[in-house]
Write a protein that binds this ligand. Sequence first.
Ligand SMILES: [Zn+2]
Length: 323
Amino acid sequence: MHQKLLLLACSAIICQHAFCWGFYAHKEINHHAVFLLPPAMMVFYKPNIDFITEHAVDPDKRRYMVTAEGPRHYIDLNRYGSYPFDNLPRAWYNAVEKYGEDSLMAHGIVPWWINIMLQRLTKAFSEKNHSAILKLSAEIGHYIADAHVPLHAHSNYNGQQTGQQGIHGFWESRIPELLAKTAFDYFIGKAQYLSNPRQFMWQRVLESSAAADTVLYVEKALTEQFSPDLKYAFEERNGIIIRQYSSVFTIAYDQGLQGMVERRMRQSIFAVASFWYTAWVNAGQPQLQPLANISLSETDKSTFETLDRIWKTSDPKGRTCGN
Ligand SMILES: [Zn+2]
């Protein structure tokens, strides 16, 4: 009986909605990125900061609706040999030629997808398309943030190969939710123009991949020092009491990682703001003030309602962070 209860509680940890960076962190990243922008962009982004924040999580919601969405959030770099994976062509067409599109899709495409999103955002700025700028800004922020998560660059993405199921949400949801408000520093400076955004993003993904082993190893080593009673606890999350990694274990893990989660969150914020800024500069720095207070169309609103409804009522298609 006792064992059965334990099993139920453990599966609750594994099966609870787990999202890339967690909804909380994604929203924080987009929100804080706005404050790194120059005044000529701030006039548009500041009045729309609630949209940019709320819609940071749309790509994860879309995973419940569209099968092709999943691979846009990760890349299992370790499938391509060893660091720095020189065998893997950085240009999409060369990579397709070498591995085939199906194989690339199976292992995730996040760095290439960010490049597509950057082109779309640049076009939206050129056309001064208010709603496209908003939607694409919010969404590219999501993918850029995902690319900064070590377990988004590794096939053992939820510790499923090493008996560490749940570690994905532990790293990217539990730690920020417990510590970001009180212990993380978001003073980051200013967005920078990226002369080679593609290379920049590959560098960040490689860093993620290099950190994945540490993410897994530190948790494993710490688990040996904690009894299950101390590792897990019934604590409050989003107003509900659930069994999850205890605060003590979470803080010890964060310390063992030597600030990695905060560092990756800060780097995500800088990268998101810099991609927005780069798209705007490449589009010829259009005047954004006239677009600042336009409302979204009814079609846009109903699309968001559908996305929300399907996310709440359906199962995810393909891989999510927690399965
Ligand atoms: Zn994601």
